[in-house]
Design a protein around this ligand. Structure first.
Ligand SMILES: [Zn+2]
Length: 239
């Protein structure tokens, strides 16, 4: 990958300077740009895309979508003037949108950590996937006959109340394997992987943006728990 992704080390960087490495047309007045570094999060891992602006002198591109395509991070922008390779651009993400996404994403992990602390995950309920967009949920393989909604919400908010730190670190697969409370299938074992830790609770593999403390997540509501074809779907909301 040609782009250095700064959010992997620090989710709070909002602006950047970068060099344009490549440009491709994307229909009328739309282009996608490849940059040597970026603060923009490309949609993935259940987290929505960042949006924002790229500027160069009098040129401003509205970045409406960022995604990984053919192994590279592409910034999709609207602008009538065609940008040029080697331009130095300034970039700024729509921080309000990103911060909301970070809080929602961290909230999903927090509910997951709470479920682990209650003893349901990862054995009885095996973490499977999540989505942290407008109707956020986390999904598990397996079900339980118990009604866990209230105690899961209480445990999650207890972790919020304790203002525990979220931190990230890249480490070899073997180290992550020793430390993680579970590993999702399909992780590459030949490169350093990013570990997300919740202070005093545990660690998982994760590539998304995160808030620094459970306090920033704020109160979490478990809105519904549904059982579907042997799976459990936990819907949640943040304030
Ligand atoms: Zn995640």
């Amino acid at each position: 990958m040609k782009t250095q992704q700064s959010y992997l080390n620090n989710s709070y960087i909002k602006e950047m300077g970068a060099t344009v490495l490549a440009i491709k047309p994307e229909g009328q007045n739309r282009y996608r740009l490849l940059l040597d570094s970026t603060v923009f999060y490309p949609m993935g891992g259940g987290q929505p895309t960042d949006q924002g602006k790229l500027t160069h002198e009098n040129w401003t591109g509205d970045v409406y979508q960022v995604m990984i395509k053919d192994g590279e991070v592409w910034h999709y922008a609207n602008e009538t003037v065609i940008p040029e390779v080697n331009w130095l651009v300034r970039g700024a993400i729509n921080w309000e949108r990103r911060y909301q996404n970070m809080r929602r994403h961290s909230a999903g992990h927090l509910v997951d950590f709470a479920l682990y602390q209650l003893g349901y995950s990862p054995k009885l309920l095996m973490p499977f996937k999540g989505d942290h967009g407008k109707k956020p949920f986390i999904m598990y393989r397996g079900t339980t006959d118990e009604d866990i909604k209230q105690k899961l919400e209480d445990k999650t908010n207890e972790l919020v109340g304790r203002s525990l730190k979220f931190t990230t670190e890249f480490q070899p697969f073997e180290k992550l394997q020793q430390e993680a409370i579970y590993l999702q299938p399909g992780l590459p074992n030949n490169k350093p992987l990013r570990t997300l830790r919740l202070e005093t609770v545990g660690a998982v593999a994760d590539g998304g943006t995160q808030v620094g403390s459970t306090k920033e997540v704020g109160e979490v509501k478990i809105t519904a728990i549904e059982k579907k074809e042997g799976n459990t779907v936990i819907y949640y909301q943040i304030g």
